[in-house]
Design a protein around this ligand. Structure first.
Ligand SMILES: [Zn+2]
Length: 301
């Protein structure tokens, strides 16, 4: 039996003051607290003009940033079929449906060919807004096709990763995409075509554990979270405090996990330079790998 009864009503929360500024016109930078006019942010490629904080960039904006002009999109209609009839907090089929509606995309990657500083390139850009940029069967198939298209047409490949990892709702099928994409990249390597991996915030899980770290050049954006398991999980497992800046681009560059950390505003120029360097030039370099001649002595074990 309750001895005391609460007679008074609980304090009501204050009514929200109505803002006179329309929603979405200003963005507050989480790093320096500067209020930035949304249109200015578009002009600076979603980078804070004051402190260079890199906001996330959607896949379409990413292609707009990389390509000189128009691009041709491929496999835009591929769609997951929910093979496991998976249900978590809501059915996967339902989740797909609402995400497709809100993003206007069928899955979490956009694949296209176009010119980067005049160099025809096959690009796959991941979309974080689509179920955390998770890699399911469709993402795997689309990226694999983008690589195969590059081999067929002798083009270099650029993949922009932005992903929480494999898509849990597709179970083991999503994990298989790691091997599938990696195998396609091995074929690209045999065709002597360059692959540049661009790691953006965040690149984690199965994506880091496969294609995002397999680039001939692995380029990251500043302060991007890049890792396999999240820092909280690691801390709980090893029961140690993690060092400052752990799993961020600069930390990984210092330890040799990355080749470059490049500001987004200079990224296109850096990629173009690397592609020029990596692509076979017209001339003797164009010839296939030299075969080992019979006269050459066999290597001794
Ligand atoms: Zn800022």
């Amino acid at each position: 039996m309750a001895w005391f009864k609460k007679v008074r009503k609980p304090i009501e929360p204050q009514a929200k003051k109505e803002s006179r500024v329309p929603e979405g016109l200003w963005v507050k930078c989480p790093s320096c607290n500067e209020a930035i006019y949304n249109k200015d942010l578009v002009a600076t490629l979603n980078v804070c003009p004051k402190c260079a904080h890199h906001f996330r960039l959607g896949s379409a904006e990413r292609l707009r940033m990389l390509f000189d002009g128009d691009w041709e999109e491929y496999d835009a209609g591929l769609r997951s079929v929910d093979p496991l009839q998976f249900v978590d907090t809501k059915p996967y089929a339902k989740r797909l449906e609402t995400t497709i509606e809100s993003t206007g995309m069928q899955d979490a990657v956009l694949c296209a060919t176009g010119r980067i500083d005049g160099i025809e390139t096959s690009v796959a850009a991941m979309e974080y807004a689509f179920i955390g940029g998770s890699m399911g069967v469709v993402v795997g198939e689309k990226i694999t096709r983008a690589i195969e298209r590059a081999i067929e047409r002798q083009l270099p490949v650029v993949i922009v990763a932005s992903s929480g990892g494999a898509r849990m709702m597709e179970g083991a099928l999503s994990l298989m995409q790691m091997a599938k994409i990696s195998a396609a990249l091995a074929r690209l390597d045999r065709a002597r075509l360059p692959y540049i991996s661009v790691l953006t915030d965040p690149t984690t899980g199965g994506v880091t554990a496969s294609f995002a770290m397999l680039g001939d050049l692995n380029i990251a954006e500043p302060k991007a979270l890049i890792g396999f398991a999240g820092p909280r999980v690691i801390e709980q497992t090893i029961r140690q405090k993690l060092p400052e800046g752990f799993q961020r681009s600069e930390f990984l560059l210092e330890r040799g996990m990355l080749d470059l950390v490049v500001d987004r505003r200079e990224l296109k120029a850096a990629i173009a330079r690397a592609l020029r360097f990596g692509l076979p030039q017209d001339g003797p370099a164009r010839s296939p790998r030299p075969a080992v001649t019979a006269a050459e002595p066999a290597p001794q074990p």
